[in-house]
Design a protein around this ligand. Sequence first.
Ligand code: TYD
Length: 213
Amino acid sequence: MPPSPGKFITLEGGEGTGKSTQARLLQAALRQRGLEVALTREPGGAPGAELIRKLLVEGDAARWDAMSEALLLFAARRVHLRETIIPALNRGEWVVCDRFTDSTFAYQGDAGGLGRGAIERLSAIALGKDSPVPDVTLVLDIPVELGLARANSRGGAENRFESLGTEFHQRLRDSFLQIAKSEPVRCALIDATPPPETVAADIIAVLASRLGI
Ligand code: TYD
């Protein structure tokens, strides 16, 4: 039998939703089922894109405005797609990606005020029309206060976005909820409040029903 074609799965959500933990748990669960899985993240996921990541996530909140961020994000995403995601999918691997273009719609488009139309146009220019679209997007949702408390307890240098106000994070949550609602075939909304094992089981249940794993 030919190898099953690779699938592209993205995890999305605001700060402190536990996406990175879930991405790792998902990679392990898919590997247990005998699948080849590439785990990657945005911004980043390829050497040049990781350099751009550092510019984006560190430093003062006022360092970039939303358009500068969006341009940097699409530069990183283009490299990531060409060097990591597309080659892995072509090898028949499953790609689990911690954040992707929905984050740009939510952070820069909605919460950052650029609007969705601007992000769509940038995406069409930077990535082209034939760029891979996720087969399934898991939108992890958690109340803003709880997410920020979790994110702040992590510490570290990557706190540029976390330092934006609660109002920004509320807009962000609303945006992700709206994305999940408006694209129900691609997106699944996951309650990220319970313990990680429970969230992981919910994610597997979604993928079992949608992708037959
Ligand atoms: P991430 O590594 O997922 O951080 P966290 O685990 O804290 O959520 O993402 C880094 C930051 O980059 C995060 O604060 C969100 C931001 N970001 C955007 O603003 N737009 C984007 O398109 C992406 C991919 C990330």
